[in-house]
Design a binder for this molecule. Sequence first.
Ligand code: GUN
Ligand code: FE
Length: 421
Amino acid sequence: MKGAFALKGNFAYTPACGQLALKPHGILVYEDGRVTGLFDGLPERFKGLPVEDFGDKLILPGLVDLHAHAGQYAYRGLGMDMELLSWLEHTAFPEESKFSDLAYAQEAYSVFVQALARSATTRACLFATLHRPATLALMEMLDQAGMRCFVGKVNMDRNSPDILGETTAQSLAETRLWLEQSAGLAHVKPILTPRFIPSCTDELMAGLGRIQREFALPAQSHLSENLSEVSWVAQLCPNARFYGDAYDQYGLFGGDCPTVMAHCVWSGPEERALMKERGVFIAHCPQSNMNVSSGIAPVKGFLLEGQRVGLGSDVAGGAHLSIFRAITDAIQCSKLRWRLVDQELSALTLPEALYMATKGGGAFFGQVGSFEPGYELDAVVMDDSALPTPRPCTLAERVERVVYLSDGQPCAKYVAGRRLF
Ligand code: GUN
Ligand code: FE
């Protein structure tokens, strides 16, 4: 039982969407890289196993950020009075162009990686920028920090300013070189990242489709985020049946290509049917959807129809990296949607949103995001004594308070069985 150990504390997790499982003063046994089980006491056969005792603290699965832009962390909270396309033009693109300077990129990424490593997030799907050396630097830093992430060198060969452009040939050649140069990393893996359809020519998409099949890579992009973007895509791609079809035409929409699509606020029935059929993961990014005036995604509807859904911070469309914050944002805007838009879809509950933030998004990484047997061990230990109240709280209430009130910083964190702090 090399590397086996046990954790002791108050466990909370969501084995199914909307179902909060609690194990007060439980013991989790971890062996051979997987959770063996969660028990009331240490079973006889595990006597002698080292036990890390977290006393009365809460232990939750590590949170999953299914969509964020590492290259945008440096300017989070800026330019938030603009709609998506203006924000891209006036804030995101000029800021991302700075990552051509490797020294600047290293400084910016080191701040980002420190923040992510300290947070309750254990896995993330990240956009870098189009710059290969900076993207490699980010991947190395994340790997060093012990994080498990997918990271994408962004591809964009049209509708971009001169300061942030690449030709089709450059984009494809740089992508191949980046794949070669990142191949040695143990825990941080590449993910193909066409920025979104307005940024990518058909030729680039076709080339990325070929690379996807050659290297069996996953992919991530943006989909049906904002109304002005959706109508632009309809003009750019008259042959696409709907926005998602413009990815699907190049084999970059689920199926053999594990895919995350961020937002999906305006996805219509055909697009949703294809996402479901192909097992496309939806990254719901509620704060970004509010900041850049995209709208409120029908997430409850996604859950009811059996879509695969996780949460994303979408920094810097979202200003906050905390996935606890994404949970409460998702719940709150689902309530506004229910009241103001569609009385048929009730609001999200905390166990539903916690599920999306853990097991829902975690499924993109394998068996991740739960404490069930066979799962990898991603766990965060939350000390709610920093949130004093004279009122006695049940364990479920303590979980709710931590989600709504904590600053999101765990006191201990395990990623794939390794304790980071
Ligand atoms: N669509 C294309 N690029 C971006 C981006 O950087 N952020 C968001 N929110 N949407 C995008
Ligand atoms: Fe995004």
